[in-house]
Write a protein that binds this ligand. Sequence first.
Ligand code: MG
Length: 370
Amino acid sequence: MKISDVQTWVLSAPLKKPMGGISHSGPRYSRKTALVQVVTDEGISGIGESFAIPELVPAIIQHVFRPMLLGRDPLDAAGLWDLLYAGLGHHGQKGLLVEVLSGIDIALWDLRGKKEGKPLYQILGRVHRTRLPAYAAGLYFAPLDELRADADAWARLGFPGVKLKIGAGNLNPDEASVRAVREAVGPRVRVMADLNCGYDYETALAVGKRLEPYNLHWLEEPVRPERLDDYRRLRRALKMKIAGGEGEYTRWGFGAMFEKEAVDVAQPDLMRCGGVTEGLRIAHLAEQFGVPISTHAWLSIVGMAASAHYAAACPLFESYEFEMTENPLRDEITVQKLETRDGELTLPQGPGLGLDFIPEAVAKYLVLRT
Ligand SMILES: [Mg+2]
């Protein structure tokens, strides 16, 4: 079997209600992503997803990766990872190129699962778990009564934890939001707060201290991912855990993070960090350093399903981030839906990622196919 083509689908789905945004950006009006399809001469294909800026993915595939992949064995994901990464020279240690490589790698693993007729989680090594402890994420910037209502509804669904956004520049609303969510879910549900790198060290320290009475489970991405020393200082100074890693790349990036003792919980995003192949290397490195993984996945059901299979193979695993807000690319484009029950995610069971696309639904959101 040989790779005969690599294609890109750029999808964009408008939202009925704008999303409340994160620390340094305003509301969002659509969900967008780029899916990568690896096609073979045997007619089997695999699908992956990239965190890269969607409109740039077709050009990177066409001009960088497709020529390196044509004619290669698609079942050799680890070998192809090394080949593509080496082929980038010094252009691709972090950033867009690794994000596109991530999408290709996920597609290769989906393809292999389909070839073997097995769900992806069954071919990634030891299956550590088949139900994934999940938490409900969302609670973007919104009026307090909306935050209370959503947090309460999610806790009632059985999620053991909920996560909200803070960090937009003023500690008073940060505290008010956390207080509202804590009051809505009661003392036993975990509350996590995500700053999306909104603050510098001093401000993150001040907000962390202010939030200690609310018994946060973790403070997420308090400062930029480059500031590993600040992460370590915050871990030492604050009572809650410090989480981070959704903006980090490859085993080398995570290795530096672990050596610096920067985080209590690592949050690799498979669509960014290097795909399934590199994600597994990161998971084993995390085990060596005693740092549990909590997966980050945000775009479409493709990446969310890949993260679920991957989570089953992580030796040390904390939780699966289940994003709760409006997302047609999660809910509408495949026959299968992601299902949670009592706060746990059920693994998809079909071959590969276990997803079958609904062509009309994909066509509805497809803005570019190359
Ligand atoms: Mg986050």
